[in-house]
Design a protein around this ligand. Structure first.
Ligand SMILES: Cc1cc2nc3c(=O)[nH]c(=O)nc-3n(C[C@H](O)[C@H](O)[C@H](O)COP(=O)(O)O)c2cc1C
Length: 142
């Protein structure tokens, strides 16, 4: 793996819209991400999106600029941007997990992450993702 491989994560506020919105986002994103060889995971709760994306820096940058301009969410705050050696979500162009009934589960996790040493954050994200996928409604088919 080269140095240009990166992992990033952000949290943003959901702009409320039709209930089918998440489906649409995930469907479009999977096609796009597959094309760009980007993998990752999208979490949502009642208030926030938290997304982890991994891929080659240039394509990741282009994708994140598109996502940042999307009016279905706002106030994107980066939680982690770093070079990495491995793909955590190698099986998923975009898996998703909905943290049902949790008002602030994602923003609480983001606060915890922000207080942790940078070197520990990727491992924390990985653990959070595995935990969320096993405990909440999630689907990770291609
Ligand atoms: C929370 C959220 C996550 C998104 N994740 C991705 C993604 O992983 N990959 C992607 O290509 N688009 C993603 N999108 C959609 C993009 O913002 C954009 O709508 C889509 O890529 C199509 O772009 P275009 O209309 O310029 O063709 C996401 C949008 C939101 C609101």
């Amino acid at each position: 793996m080269t140095r240009s491989f990166m992992t990033l994560a952000y949290i943003s506020d959901i702009v409320p819209g039709p209930s089918s919105e998440l489906e649409q986002i995930v469907r479009t994103s999977r096609d796009r991400n597959k094309h760009s060889q980007i993998t990752g995971m999208l979490f949502s709760d009642a208030k926030s999106y938290l997304q982890i994306l991994e891929g080659h820096a240039e394509r990741l940058g282009q994708t994140v600029l598109r996502i940042a301009a999307d009016e279905r969410h706002r106030r994107m705050r980066m939680l982690l941007v770093q070079h990495s050696e491995i793909r955590i979500f190698s099986d998923w162009w975009l898996g998703r997990a909905v943290l049902e009934g949790r008002q602030r589960g994602l923003s609480r996790f983001a606060d915890t992450l922000a207080r942790a040493p940078p070197a520990a954050r990727l491992t924390m994200l990985e653990k959070f993702a595995l935990d969320a996928m096993s405990r909440h409604h999630s689907e990770t088919e291609q």
